[in-house]
Design a protein around this ligand. Sequence first.
Ligand SMILES: [Zn+2]
Length: 239
Amino acid sequence: MSERLYFNDMYGRKFNGRIESKDGNKIFLDKTLFYPSSGGQPNDTGIIKSKDRLYNVIDVYKEGEDIVHVLDNADGLEINDLIHGEINWDRRYIHMRYHTAVHIIDGVVDNDYNGQGLLTGGQIYNDRARVDFSFDAIDKELIGKIIESANKIVERGLNVFQREITGDEALKIPGLARTEPGRELIRKLDQVRIIEIDNFDFQADGGTHVANTREVGKIVMQKIENKGKGHKRLTFTID
Ligand SMILES: [Zn+2]
């Protein structure tokens, strides 16, 4: 199992590691900064250097507890080779900004619209993100108010930090896992990683985030879609 360096070093761009196994153009490392697509956040891309050769990392995903690095080719690489990895930082950083924006919108809905609706899911892209809500009815005015409140949190420059607690502790925190699938997941975990926005919101989470809400930039509404009863979708960008 790869050590997930991106959890404790969210601003890390470079690392050294070792190849633990190889399967065609896929390699498995003892540790990695490459984020695998999960939880609505897309994978990192970047490069790996080894024995004076350069390889492109074109996809990264989870396979059980393993992290699979898909290379453009893996010719010449062998088990136990030492590697130097560098992630494509521009791509990662935009994902961190969007991911944190999703937390802020979730926090606003949870704090101000408790009982009316919840944020039930989301997907981040390189140029936009979308979030799904369980509101029965939603309109531009309501979404406009949510985004206005979210942008106030951005402007306040709140610190974003992480900590680890036990699954039992996590289940005792009201509102931490707001959906039954979320609670189910937490019951299976010994340690739960919490992402907290100072005095505003906390969530159990496996993604990467910026350290201060000001880094997110201005959240701009792009599209609202009605996907049926209790399912509304907002697409937004950040400036
Ligand atoms: Zn997150």
